[in-house]
Ligand binder design. Structure first.
Ligand code: HEM
Length: 498
């Protein structure tokens, strides 16, 4: 292959990429630089603009291209075409991230993993913006900035701060189930190939007749849900901070393609009405014994990005990006997220971020009432009318969804009044955390001690002023847990006993 001819960014060939033009008498040490030196000026000016705003959360990540294949028919639940027809395949783009730390931070820190997936379907893009734990720390969206600030850096010291972390969580105890998962070894996954991903939220699967089911999504790793111990994760963070990034890249490069099985849990609206837990409360799971998992399809990562910045940093995922057949539920966190992600993408990438190659739908896009703006690269719909209902050019529309009584009952809001609302914590919020403590960790030799040790190591770095409230919070799960955390913090360095 012949070598590419170097040019400036406007395409003009240039003699040497290392020269600078200067005015001199030939002396090696004397000379003045010239403003006409376009190569030097463009090189320096572009360098200062290489960074775009980092994601305010989930800044550090790894990504891959892939494929989703339908393995089980669920056309009785949804009209979404990418889920209809066994064997149907769609191209995908994924981005798996830590949440709190900034870009370039060690991969193995104790944190939730974000798990974003874009499925390029014949009906437009379907984004799943999930986490590797099935519950969330809050259920009131206004708390989201506070939650994340408490996990990040202190405003004065700029150091991550255990006191802020436990102060937030001991005063907002609805997150106890998520905390239990975070401080088990699931908070330190072995690699991104070994994490599961969960919608957490309840979504809706809809049919054109207006009927629907409530669903939760689960992507289970076919590599197994494997973890590191706290000590292994800490060692890797120092010795091999890019460990997860390199692991995924190398696996894909060597043809060892990781895969996940997609399952759903589905409930009718009537079942949701009488279910023990509010299906719009993201701090609760639906135990599999209540609502069994149904297999749907297989996701495989099969291609590394050609360029990280172009494919992964510029990728924009949003829970609001949904194809016909899927819809948001009334979960307040999910509702808030419908706004937050496109808003963040416009700030980070500009008004036309959907036109970037990594985000561009593969099916035809005709959105002529959204045009112009910085970096318009889609032809801008030429001379087509830029206003609605023009008689000059016919535009076809999707058939509206019929209204049936089931839909009316859950989606038509005829009574009520505007009121300020904040959820309150009750004993019921500790039930599932207790099920995890007794049923899951209790069934695995030594895992209760692991969780207590992980909590104590972190809480021990916080100021004592937040300890009592935190011990009390863990006692609400089980008195032995609260006592064990108290003893472990008091006796840091001694062996943990539960
Ligand atoms: C009120 C609640 C939430 C708000 C306001 C919120 C907001 C945000 C924002 C602003 C970003 C950065 C987006 C960007 O710059 O492109 C982000 C990223 C992300 N969020 Fe959330 N978030 C919320 C809850 C959640 C929940 C519950 C999950 C998982 C179930 C989640 C998963 C993610 C993931 C995976 C990313 C990274 C997306 C990517 O890779 O580009 N978030 N969130």
């Amino acid at each position: 292959m012949s070598a590419p001819v170097y040019t400036l960014a406007e395409g003009c060939p240039y003699a040497d990429a290392t020269t600078a033009q200067r005015f001199s008498d030939g002396s090696p040490i004397k000379g003045l630089m010239l403003l006409q030196d376009t190569q030097l000026i463009e090189t320096l000016a572009h360098f200062s603009r290489e960074r775009i705003p980092e994601r305010v959360v989930h800044a550090s990540a790894v990504g891959a291209w892939g494929e989703f294949e339908v393995t089980h028919d669920i056309s009785h639940l949804t009209s979404a075409k990418f889920l209809t027809g066994i064997g149907k395949k769609s191209k995908t783009l994924s981005r798996i991230s830590t949440v709190g730390p900034g870009a370039g931070s060690p991969n193995t820190v104790r944190d939730v993993r974000g798990w974003a997936l874009k499925i390029f379907t014949e009906e437009g893009n379907q984004d799943f913006v999930f986490n590797d734990i099935p519950v969330f720390f809050i259920r009131d969206p206004i708390k989201f900035p506070s939650l994340n600030r408490s996990h990040k850096r202190h405003p004065a010291t700029n150091v991550t701060d255990a006191t802020m972390f436990w102060d937030f969580h001991s005063q907002n105890q609805e997150g106890i189930h998520a905390l239990m998962l975070l401080f088990s070894d699931r908070g330190t996954p072995k690699s991104v190939r070994h994490v599961n991903a969960y919608s957490g939220h309840t979504y809706k699967m809809t049919k054109p007749d207006g009927s629907f089911h409530y669903v939760k999504f689960h992507f289970k790793s076919n590599q197994g849900n494997d973890t590191l111990t706290d000590a292994e994760a800490t060692r890797l963070a120092g010795e091999d901070p890019d460990n997860h990034t390199a692991d995924l890249y190398d696996a894909i490069e060597s043809g060892n393609f990781p895969s996940w099985t997609l399952y759903i849990q589905a409930m009718t609206p009537q079942q949701a009405e009488t279910y023990r837990w509010n299906v719009f409360d993201m701090t609760k799971v639906w135990p599999h014994s209540d609502v069994p998992l149904q297999p749907v399809g297989k996701l495989t990562f099969n291609k590394n990005p050609d360029n990280y910045f172009a494919d992964i940093e510029q990728a924009a995922f949003s829970p609001s990006t949904m194809v016909p057949g899927l819809a948001p539920s009334a979960d307040p966190i999910l509702q808030a997220r419908q706004f937050a992600y496109p808003d963040a993408a416009r700030y980070r990438l500009g008004a036309n971020y959907q036109q970037l190659p990594c985000n561009r739908a593969l099916c035809p896009v005709y959105s002529p009432y959204q045009r112009d703006g910085a970096s318009t690269i889609n032809g801008n719909y030429g001379a087509d009318p830029n206003y609605v209902r023009s008689a000059l050019k016919a535009v076809a529309f999707r058939q509206p969804v019929a209204d049936d009584s089931g839909k009316k009952h859950h989606d038509v809001w005829t009574m009520g009044c505007v009121a300020d609302y904040a959820s309150q914590v009750t004993d019921e919020d500790f039930v599932q955390a207790r099920m995890f403590w007794e049923g899951v960790l209790g069934a695995q030799e030594g895992q209760k001690e692991v969780l207590v040790g992980n909590v104590a190591a972190h809480l021990g770095r916080a100021k004592p002023v937040v300890w009592e409230a935190t011990f009390d919070m863990f006692s609400r799960i089980a008195p032995d847990l609260g006592k064990a955390v108290r003893n472990a913090v008091a006796g840091q360095g001694q062996k943990t006993q539960v």
